[in-house]
Design a protein around this ligand. Structure first.
Ligand code: GLV
Ligand code: MN
Ligand code: MN
Ligand code: MN
Length: 421
């Protein structure tokens, strides 16, 4: 080994960057008084966060390029300019009720690695690149891992640019409005390897009392929007048998999904209805329309497909069982389970061992940009433990400064070793 690759990063500086970025889009949660982050993709807050991250990239000497999806790449040259780069990164867009870590740790961790290498005068053979992918969360434009999926060619830029938010703004419009419609081709050339550091967002590491996870892969994700069309009618005068109640049908679906999960017939299925609205949304009117989203997760693709089919069959039963009710479905996103590269997992596990950090291997419950980039190059992820049972997509999301620094130490060593391959 030519480089001292067991470096440790500056944990205080990493923590300060996490805190500074969390101020962009910060809000106070009314009920708990906690400070959270609301930085939906390509809003003004996200644009401000992007500008801050780019300024940090430039201060760290990275040359920054932006592609036509608004994906941002900061590059640190290696000694062999022809060698394919080692890529790290994640996203800084957030859900509307986020904490400071989801995605941000991977981006700011990557920048912190570069700062540390600069300070120590460490060079690598391969270039290192830090990526910020657009609309990982998928909550504004309806498809998750969008920027990385386009970079990896699973989805086209034309599809992505045409997606609209609830107010009718397209992603293409919002890229232009915020100044992030870059000139660079959105199709990423295959890197040598990709490593993403991320907060676990679940309870596995917390319950095991271990700080670092080596991620074996990501489970499948199925998102669809379901619209129930019924008939608006007077709440006091309309006999029950004359109603076409869209709200009732939506409720039946929600209960059915839970029963499917509890049945155990679909493997380790998880099902969530996180968005539900009824129209006209008034006390004394039978709902004419109900719209909801269904989020299914499953590590087993065959079990996922069965759940999707049985859900569709249940919707047909609902439709035929209630005169006047019709149901429309729209696919928002669908990804198969993605196993990560065993070689990169070994590099991460060895880096954790060499830092004296206990680790365990686990499957990711959440979706990540890494599952898209895995189509381009050997890929794996480092998880860091979240406190409070790993709660996430909630302002309470928290990992300690020490744990974050340890995760990024592992990232630094893994990147250095991959960059000298
Ligand atoms: C993204 O955070 C997801 O897994 O829903
Ligand atoms: Mn994330
Ligand atoms: Mn998230
Ligand atoms: Mn995610």
């Amino acid at each position: 080994m030519t480089n001292p690759d067991l470096i440790t990063v500056n944990g205080d500086r990493l923590w300060q960057s996490l805190k500074d970025l969390a101020e962009v889009g910060a809000y106070e949660d009314e009920r708990t008084g906690l400070r959270g982050v609301n930085r939906l993709a390509l809003t003004d807050a996200d644009a401000a966060g992007r500008r801050l991250v780019i300024s940090w990239m430039e201060q760290a000497g990275l040359s920054v390029r932006i592609d036509r999806m608004g994906n941002i790449y900061g590059r640190r040259e290696g000694t062999d300019p022809a060698a394919r780069p080692v890529l790290t990164g994640s996203h800084i867009d957030s859900v509307a009720t986020a904490g400071a870590f989801d995605g941000c740790l991977g981006v700011l961790g990557g920048i912190e690695v570069v700062r540390t290498l600069n300070e120590r005068g460490i060079t690598t053979r391969r270039p290192l690149e830090v990526a910020v992918f657009t609309e990982e969360e998928g909550v504004r434009f309806g498809t998750d891992m969008l920027g990385s999926a386009v970079a990896a060619r699973r989805l086209s830029a034309a599809y992505a640019h045409a997606l609209t938010d609830r107010d009718g703004a397209t992603l293409g419009d919002e890229l232009a409005r915020t100044g992030f419609a870059g000139p660079v081709d959105e199709r990423l050339d295959a890197p040598h390897a990709y490593v993403e550091c991320h907060i676990e967002q679940g309870p596995v590491l917390a319950r095991a009392g271990v700080e670092v996870g080596v991620v074996t892969g990501v489970q499948g994700i199925s998102w669809q929007e379901i619209t129930f069309h019924g008939r608006a009618a007077h709440a006091g005068t309309t006999p029950t048998e004359l109603r076409a109640d869209a709200g009732l049908a939506a409720a039946q679906l929600i209960v059915r999904l839970r029963a499917m999960v509890d049945s155990g017939s679909y493997g380790e299925l998880r099902a969530t209805v996180g968005h539900l609205i009824v129209h006209p949304d008034l006390t004394n009117i039978v709902p004419a329309r109900a719209e909801l989203t269904v989020d299914l997760r499953n590590p087993d693709d065959a079990a996922m497909a069965r759940a999707e089919e049985d859900l569709a069959a249940f919707l047909r039963t609902l439709e035929t069982g209630q005169p006047g009710l019709s149901i429309a479905t729209r696919r928002m996103a669908r990804t198969a389970p993605v196993p990560f590269d065993e070689g990169v997992q070994k590099v991460i596990a060895r880096a954790a061992d060499d830092h004296g950090l206990a680790h365990l291997s686990l499957l990711s419950g959440a979706g990540h940009d890494a599952q898209e980039i895995a189509a381009l190059c050997p890929t794996a992820m480092i998880f860091v433990r979240g406190e409070y049972d790993g709660i996430s997509h909630n302002p309470r999301e928290y990992s300690t400064p020490e744990t974050c620094a340890h995760g990024v130490d592992v990232l630094a060593t893994a990147l250095l070793r991959l960059a000298d391959e």
